[in-house]
Design a protein around this ligand. Structure first.
Ligand SMILES: NC(=O)c1ccc[n+]([C@@H]2O[C@H](COP(=O)([O-])OP(=O)(O)OC[C@H]3O[C@@H](n4cnc5c(N)ncnc54)[C@H](O)[C@@H]3O)[C@@H](O)[C@H]2O)c1
Length: 337
């Protein structure tokens, strides 16, 4: 049995990744600090589902605790490591930047040190579409320069990409960096728009719509994201013999077994269309509280997903009407409303 270590295992994406790996016959070790950034009961419920499998081991701890990951790598010798634990959220990083520094930067440093001492076959780390920052050229390509992050959250994630690159180069660690594009679906995060909008609409309260609704997002359905992650496990980057050996459009480093891969639908959906999908799924009209753009946010994201397709043959395709309907169905059943 292959062992996978998943950090952030009680999180939205992490719980789906763990479930998929268990279904594929992996033994899964999950690490999560169960932070109270949002409702801990939701994280506990996700873990309860995973704990039905005898092949799931759950550990509570902070990734940045010195030596914790190194000891876990030594004990478990995971072949695959998927690092999702992080302080997420653009807006909260204005209020509490230190938690991003600790969880994202120091936490990733601890992970890289552990991998240096006990190298896995493939290390896969979550970055974000926010790393593209102020870029205006769309769709976003992994090979585009991305130097102007708009929030401290994005800055910490971009920093982890660079940190990982240096470790991949120096210690020959195969590393894939994911840039996820607005992930949504059942069991989704209470701090994200879909959850907040659905809750408010069902309770008859207005929703806060930023930039007066003139926003576009490349929304990625969680099951599609997990399919992409699962397929990418089998494609560890290989250090190229020469820079000329790198195919056009591949973000592979010229000096390290390291690449960045966008995971998105490659479809920029208007926020108004997204809200309409929630209205349709809930059967209730939204009352809109139109507000200016929020600090740290970007008006649009749109993934070029060609590299993912080239590497795996897969392209995410669930549309927002279908994906939102699945979320609303889950929300109503879960909260009994
Ligand atoms: N959901 C999205 O749209 C999205 C988009 C881009 C990138 N990402 C990234 O994907 C990853 C997973 O995101 P998610 O949406 O599942 O978020 P999430 O908050 O649901 O999951 C993160 C999990 O990590 C845990 N955690 C936080 N800090 C920790 C620490 N210091 N040590 C150990 N555990 C800690 C939390 O308790 C949580 O369960 C994150 O790295 C996030 O930045 C998510």
């Amino acid at each position: 049995m292959r062992t996978a270590l998943v950090t952030g295992s009680a999180g939205f994406i992490g719980s789906f990744v763990c479930a998929r790996l268990l279904a594929e016959g992996y033994r899964v070790v999950g690490l999560d600090a169960m932070t109270d950034y949002y409702d801990v009961a939701l994280k506990e419920r996700r873990l309860e589902n995973l704990s039905r499998s005898n092949h799931f081991r759950s550990i509570k701890g902070y990734v940045e605790t010195p030596g914790l990951l190194a000891a876990l790598f030594e004990e478990e010798a995971p072949e695959v490591v998927i690092h999702l634990a992080a302080q997420a959220g653009v807006r909260y990083s204005i209020e509490n930047p230190r938690s991003y520094l600790d969880s994202n930067i120091v936490g990733t440093f601890e992970l890289l040190e552990a991998a240096r001492a006990h190298p896995p076959q493939h290390l896969l780390l979550a970055s974000t579409s926010s790393a593209f920052g102020a870029n205006t050229e769309m769709p976003y390509r992994e090979t585009d320069k991305a130097d102007h992050q708009m929030s401290f959250y994005a800055a910490t994630k971009k920093a982890t990409e660079n940190m990982a690159h240096s470790y991949a180069h120096l210690f020959d660690l195969p590393i894939t960096m994911f840039r996820f594009f607005t992930v949504y679906g059942p069991w989704g995060r209470p701090d994200m728009a879909l959850f907040k909008f659905t809750k408010a609409i069902l309770e008859g309260r207005p929703i806060d719509v930023y930039n007066h609704g003139d926003m576009k997002r490349d929304f990625t359905y969680v099951e599609d994201l997990v399919e992409a992650i699962y397929l990418l496990i089998a494609v560890p980057p290989v250090r190229p013999a020469t820079a000329d050996a790198i195919p056009a459009g591949d973000s592979l480093s010229p000096v390290a077994p390291w690449r960045i891969v966008n995971i998105g639908n490659s479809d920029a959906v208007q926020l108004t269309e997204f809200i309409a999908a929630i209205e349709e799924a809930t059967g209730k009209p939204a009352q809109r509280n139109l507000l200016p753009m929020q600090a740290g946010d970007v008006p649009a994201t749109w993934a070029d997903a060609e590299l993912l397709r080239t590497l795996t043959g897969y392209k995410p395709q669930t549309g927002v009407r279908e994906g939102v309907a699945k979320f609303v169905e889950w929300y109503r059943a879960h909260y009994g409303v």
